[in-house]
Design a protein around this ligand. Structure first.
Ligand SMILES: [Zn+2]
Ligand SMILES: [Zn+2]
Length: 121
């Protein structure tokens, strides 16, 4: 429990998952069984820490299973738009009002998870 924005978010949400109401420890353990703080605009999934929007309005407390589902959902949407609808990553970024770097990162992760390899450029 180091960072302030995490503490603020957990406190506001009453130390419970905002989606399912589950309570988990707030101590960060190796096994990940603790309350996570999710970035609603997905800025949290990119690697550039300083670019993340840590404003309290952009944060939500989630339990580990709900957090995983939230990330899986957006990965499915981006993967399907690119592969099934043949959209470019830039189009998708505009459509979802996301930073193109975020979209590219999420798409790469989805490809690695599905195919075990990197997408064609
Ligand atoms: Zn939950
Ligand atoms: Zn998240």
């Amino acid at each position: 429990m180091a960072v302030n924005w995490k503490r603020q978010c957990l406190k506001r949400d009453g130390y419970k998952c905002r989606l399912c109401g589950a309570g988990y420890p707030i101590i960060e353990t190796n096994k990940g069984r603790y309350l996570h703080v999710h970035h609603i605009d997905l800025s949290g999934v990119i690697l550039f820490g300083s670019d993340r929007n840590n404003n309290i309005d952009n944060l939500i407390t989630l339990c580990p299973p709900c957090h995983q589902k939230e990330h899986a959902k957006i990965k499915d949407v981006i993967f399907s738009l690119k592969i099934n609808n043949n959209c470019t990553l830039d189009d998708i970024a505009k459509m979802l009002k996301l930073d193109p770097r975020v979209v590219a990162h999420i798409f790469n992760v989805a490809c690695v998870e599905r195919n075990g390899n990197r997408p064609l450029p």
